[in-house]
Design a protein around this ligand. Structure first.
Ligand SMILES: Nc1ncnc2c1ncn2[C@@H]1O[C@H](COP(=O)(O)OP(=O)(O)OP(=O)(O)O)[C@@H](O)[C@H]1O
Ligand SMILES: [Mg+2]
Length: 344
């Protein structure tokens, strides 16, 4: 892998152009034995393959040409390759090619499940595992941001686990990653992980254009998504469905953020019901990661200041009768922000 030492992401364009000139043409079955499909997302599928001659196991990301633009494929591959040297980002082999019907690139095979698969609905995962995961993902995101790039799709399905206790995790899927400063005019549909500023440019059903001004892709988009992921894996709930005025769970949280706090009124009562299980220290962290005002939102690395503190109140356990059900009331993490079934 060539280390270009990007600071502003601009060399990604150069890497894309060079890759476009050299990308080979081959059929998957000529060079790989396909063992099974190990994952599927909105844009493609991931196959467990072994190299026909060397036997090396790999995770081959396969995207149909019919629904994938060459530029989009090249961007995902080049950004992934550029960042793949980080220990908490999925590794790449430097193998990209096109077959008759697909664009493909080979990734390191991460043998565990993804984080979505281990979240127990309405429970989450143990706080100690959450903290191990948070430290590693924060480090991966800081690395991405330091290269002038933004991941833009931080969610449990894109966090791959080498073990069930989150001792080693890897951030994957750079399909939406972009250079910082890229302008977004609109997006279709919303996810619970999308920040309020991103939701302002979401097209609602039947809408053809948005009236809000375009927004700039900034690391703060990842900070927000990271905050939502931490909530999801600590609780097994989404905090809200989307960051729009129409979402009462989101509005309650915004009201809490905007309440002026003094040492005297820091009472449990003012915390929205879904958030009562958290300690004041955890709430302070969420207040920074999920600051509705972009200017006030912290950088991802600030979570480090909180990992030594308790995040869940003692005995907060799960009291279903006391809790109002979260935005979806179901397991967090499904692709469209809809409820995934409780059963795994
Ligand atoms: N290197 C890998 N090793 C093992 N499993 C993987 C690997 N890469 C991806 N997967 C699995 O495949 C799924 C889909 O992969 P990926 O997220 O890259 O696809 P996508 O189509 O871009 O998804 P999305 O819908 O999130 O955009 C992941 O959620 C994960 O479960
Ligand atoms: Mg994905």
């Amino acid at each position: 892998m060539i280390q270009l030492g990007l600071v502003d992401g601009s060399l990604i364009d150069e890497l894309m152009e060079l890759t476009a000139q050299s990308i080979g043409r081959l059929e998957i079955h000529e060079h790989f034995n396909v063992v099974k499909e190990i994952g599927r997302g909105k844009y493609g599928k991931v196959l467990l393959v072994t190299h026909r001659f060397r036997g090396t196991p790999m995770a081959l990301k396969v995207m149909p040409k019919a629904s994938t633009k060459l530029q989009g494929f090249l961007r995902e591959y080049c950004i992934s390759l550029h960042l793949s040297c980080h220990p908490c980002i999925v590794g790449l082999f430097g193998i990209a090619f096109q077959s008759h019907e697909h664009y493909c690139f080979a990734q390191e095979l991460v043998i565990g499940r993804d984080l979505f698969a281990v979240i127990q609905p309405k429970v989450g995962i143990p706080e100690s595992s959450v903290k191990r995961c948070v430290l590693q993902i924060a480090s991966a995101l800081e690395f991405i941001h330091s290269h002038g790039l933004v991941h833009r799709d931080v969610k449990p399905e894109n966090i791959l686990l080498l073990d069930n206790r989150c001792c080693q995790v890897k951030l994957a899927d750079f399909g939406l990653a972009q250079k910082r400063g890229t302008m977004i005019r609109f997006i279709t549909g919303t996810l619970p992980y999308m920040s309020p500023e991103l939701c302002t440019v979401a097209l609602t059903e039947g809408q053809k254009e948005v009236s809000a001004p375009p927004i700039s892709v900034e690391p703060s988009l990842d900070t927000w998504a990271f905050g939502v992921v931490i909530f999801c894996i600590l609780t097994g709930y989404f905090p809200w469905e989307c960051c729009l005025d129409s979402d009462e769970f989101y509005q309650e949280f915004v009201d809490w953020c905007r309440t002026e706090r003094t040492p005297h009124n820091e009472e449990e009562e003012e915390v929205p019901p879904l958030w009562k299980r958290f300690t004041p220290e955890a709430m302070e962290m969420f207040g920074k990661l999920l600051a509705p005002d972009v200017e006030k939102r912290c950088a991802v690395g600030e979570v480090r200041a909180y990992v030594e503190k308790d995040w869940l109140r003692e005995g907060s356990g799960i009291h279903p009768s006391e809790e109002r059900v979260g935005a979806s009331g179901e397991k967090p993490g499904s692709a469209e922000g809809e409820a995934a079934p409780d059963a795994q």
